[in-house]
Design a protein around this ligand. Sequence first.
Ligand code: TRP
Length: 333
Amino acid sequence: MTTAAKTRSRAAGRSSAGQASEADASRRAFADGARFYLQQTPRQLPSRFLYDALGSALFDAICHLPWYRITRGERRLLVRHAREIGRALGAGGRVVELGCGNGEKLATLLTHAGVRHPRAHLIDLSGSALQHAARALEGLDVRVTTHHGTYDEGLLALPPEPAHPTLLAFLGSNIGNFDPPGASALLGVMRGALRPGDALLLGADLVKPERDLLLAYADPLGLTAAFNKNLLVRLNTELGADFGLDGFTHRAVWNRKASRVEMHLVSRRTQAVAVPGAGLRFTLAAGETIWTESSYKYQPEDIRRLAEAGAFVQRKQWIDDEARFALTLFEAS
Ligand code: TRP
């Protein structure tokens, strides 16, 4: 039995009490986050709450949209440069992926890398994503371990690996969802989990024309709007809130100065809302927004600067011109 299969059967065999306490813990974290962030000015909800089972499925669908080019651009780079990336891993090495999502990025890399018997350690906040990822890697010559938790928790819980190199993969444009101080801090935690000579593979989306950015984050089919509004569905179903979905509009804004696309839920009218599970009651003014996500866009040399400030040295940078997306390979110094 492969470890991937073991992970699955363990999940399937988990007691219903265990599942209930996991759901309780996730609801409590959501309630705490909603209580704190919805009272900030401007009101906010952290983007990690986007990825429940439905949100993860909607995001997978977004990755197929013609206007969202990140996933395909990165896939082209992973296929083209897999052998060279695989050399950073060596035989018996391990890949650690933060935010593995459905596992397709890593499956693409390992399929083309030609590395023998690698091990994969997957870290994700979403239990359903971990199950999909373990399944996506089934049938490849890889032993999979999963860690359900935040990036920081997963990195701190990483077992030491004295005998083989580690390749830490942080793909998609996940780094883009951190503000600059947050990105630097996360790179510090990543570096702390690695030894000199280990590698970091970092995906990052590049600055491109505003029109392309807005089409990627406010698509004409309305999938991104549904993905964003799913946060309101979660507030209703998990925390007993009473948001009317027709009372909100999805809006993406390119903030050129901060180099980020901001995602908002805009209140279409003045409305009183209640989130009983978070002990909250407030009034939203017409046009007031709940800020749900930022996606920072980089210049190629910003990516180098960011990682080199955190004790990494750039080894290679590949750019997909069609998607304007960069994959950068660093070595821990
Ligand atoms: N990490 C993805 C990105 O920044 C997440 C994402 C894509 C997203 N589309 C979104 C988040 C729309 C919120 C709303 O590209």
